[in-house]
Structures are given as C-alpha cells and as structure tokens.
Ligand binder design. Structure first.
Ligand SMILES: Cc1cc2nc3c(=O)[nH]c(=O)nc-3n(C[C@H](O)[C@H](O)[C@H](O)COP(=O)(O)OP(=O)(O)OC[C@H]3O[C@@H](n4cnc5c(N)ncnc54)[C@H](O)[C@@H]3O)c2cc1C
Length: 282
C-alpha cells in the first residue's frame, strides 16, 4: 500500500512533489477508471483540499483559472461571454457527478485526444502555469500538450493555473460543437471550437478554430482562420469550408468512427460555427 497525503497549501504540495514520485489526484475521474485492477502501491498526493487551486483571479490582461476548478464550478461562475464555449464544453463532460468532481487541470494533464476542454482553450489562447520547488513557468497550452497522454509536465511540477487573455467582450464570440455516438454522457468522436472578434463595422479581426479527437492533440486550423480574418460577418455564410483546410488533422479509425467520417463531422461542425456567427448583429 502506498502513501497518501492531502495538503491544504500549494507550498506543501510542491515541497512533497520535490521529494518523491507522487501521483497527483484531483477529481479522480480519469485516474480511478484508469487504475482499475492495478496495484495500490502508488503514493497519492490528493490536492482536493487546496483551496488556493480552486479560485479565479482577474488581472488587467486576463483571468487565472485555478487548476482544481471543477466543471460545475466553471458552469456556475459569472464570466465574460467569451467563456460560453468553455461552459458549453463543461456541460457536455460526462454527467453532473463527473462535472462535480472532474477538474479543468485534470482534463489537461490527462491529455486525452478526446479531452473536451482542449479545443476551446486553444482558441482562447490559454497558457498553463506550472509550479515546482524551482519556481514557476508559463507555457502556451499548445506546447504543454505533446501527444496522446503526453504533456510537458516535468517531475516535481504541479499545474496550478490556466491563464486566459482578455478579449473585447462585446465584439467576441466563441462556440463549441461536440459529436458523439449519443446525445449525453458520451466521449467525443469529434469536437470543434471557434472564436471570432470583429470591429465596429463587422469586419472580422481575429479568428481561431480548433478541432479535437481528430489527431493526438486538438489542432488549430490556421489556413481557414486566415481565410476568415478580414471578411465581414455577413459573408461567413458564403465561405466554402474546403477539405484542405483540415490537412493538419490526422484522424484515426477506431471503435467510435472511421477517419473519413471524423473529417466529415469536423467540416460540418466548422460550417455550423460559421453559420452561428453569420447571425451576429453588429
Ligand atoms: C463516466 C465518465 C465520463 C467522462 N466524460 C468525459 C467527457 O465527456 N469529456 C471529457 O473531456 N472527459 C470526460 N471524462 C474524463 C474526466 O472526467 C475529465 O478528463 C476530468 O476533467 C478529469 O479531471 P480530474 O480532476 O478527475 O482528473 P484526475 O483523474 O484527478 O487526474 C487526471 C490526470 O491528471 C493529473 N493531474 C490532475 N490534476 C493535476 C494538476 N493540477 N497538476 C498535475 N497533474 C495533475 C493526475 O495525476 C492524472 O494523471 C469522463 C470520465 C468519466 C469517468
């Protein structure tokens, strides 16, 4: 039987992580199912008692989301409307029990290709804050996630916060679409998220689109993003969502879907995002 520790301060957790190989436990909704039948000879560092990890702070430039915020916490928080896509993804993660326990930090550190928060956080230009006994470092999420279940988290590091830069709320819109084999309680077959910002005339000044579950790590679609930037909101309906915009994806065929169907769904989801945005009134 391994050791179990449940500190109440970030500093205690960091000090423990510096001394030994602990397995960090947040909501446990990924760890427990993954460890079914495995040996219990593992040292568990339970971070659920660290209130400092379950808060949001706002600065001039953005929001720092504590890694221990659960999906239910995020759904219930008053946040600018460009967090709507993150809230929509949160509402689609498992059922209410999973949303009450599962955390944003756990979703990122588990690094599943089907992690629903990842496409949304990529379009929001999220960064992760990683803390260790040596100090802390900030990394864009795209650099933190390195592959299927692979992250840039080093031994001794704890993911403490996720930073989201501020946008102009009145002229920013985000969206999220998830497709799975059924409507509720489903792991994504494909999910897509997007963000656009526009100027006072309705011309799009910034666009980000990301697709998940179609490669080891969700990918931004830089080619279509460039096509969309500079067009007017009214013209979004006329944009031809071409297959080659999705060339950076490497979908797999597996039990959930074959790769061709995944690509078709990704195209439909991006089409839906553009249709949604074309109804925005300037
Ligand atoms: C029935 C069910 C349905 C689900 N449905 C979905 C779904 O629809 N969409 C989806 O995306 N996911 C889904 N999941 C997966 C899971 O609920 C989420 O990924 C959740 O956000 C994981 O968070 P957690 O706090 O439970 O992570 P944990 O299980 O506690 O941890 C996951 C991993 O991250 C590490 N870790 C956690 N926090 C930190 C930290 N702060 N610093 C360093 N390492 C850390 C842990 O050591 C572990 O390796 C589902 C799971 C179940 C059981």
């Amino acid at each position: 039987m391994g050791n179990y520790c449940r500190p109440s301060e970030i500093s205690e957790a960091i000090a423990l992580l510096a001394t030994d190989r602990w397995t960090v436990l947040a909501g446990g909704t990924d760890i427990y199912p993954a460890r079914l039948g495995a040996s219990d000879d593992v040292d568990i560092l339970d971070i659920t008692n660290i209130d400092g990890l379950r808060q949001i702070s706002e600065t001039k430039h953005g929001f720092f989301l504590g890694s221990l915020l659960t999906w239910s916490d995020l759904i219930g928080m008053p946040l600018p409307s460009y967090f709507d896509a993150l809230k929509a993804a949160a509402r689609d993660i498992g059922g209410v029990q999973i949303q009450n326990a599962g955390t944003i930090g756990g979703n990122l550190c588990n690094a599943s290709p089907a992690a629903d928060s990842v496409p949304v956080l990529l379009v929001l230009d999220a960064e992760v804050v990683l803390q260790s006994a040596e100090g802390h470092r900030r990394l864009p999420l795209s650099q933190f996630l390195q592959g299927n279940r692979k992250t840039n988290l080093k031994s001794g590091e704890l993911l403490t916060q996720i930073f989201i830069p501020k946008k102009i709320e009145a002229r920013t819109k985000t969206g999220f679409h998830k497709y799975g084999a059924r409507k509720y309680l489903v792991i994504s077959t494909v999910m897509s998220s997007g963000l656009i910002c526009w100027d006072k005339q309705g011309v799009i000044t910034d666009c980000a689109i990301a697709v998940g579950a179609c490669s080891e790590v969700a990918q931004r679609l830089s080619v279509i993003e460039k096509v969309i930037c500079g067009t007017h909101l009214d013209e979004l309906k006329n944009i031809d969502v071409k297959l080659f915009y999705f060339n950076s994806l490497k979908p797999l065929s597996d039990v959930r879907s074959d790769k061709e169907y995944r690509l078709e769904m990704a195209i439909l989801q991006v089409r839906s995002l553009l249709n949604d945005w074309s109804n925005i009134n300037v």
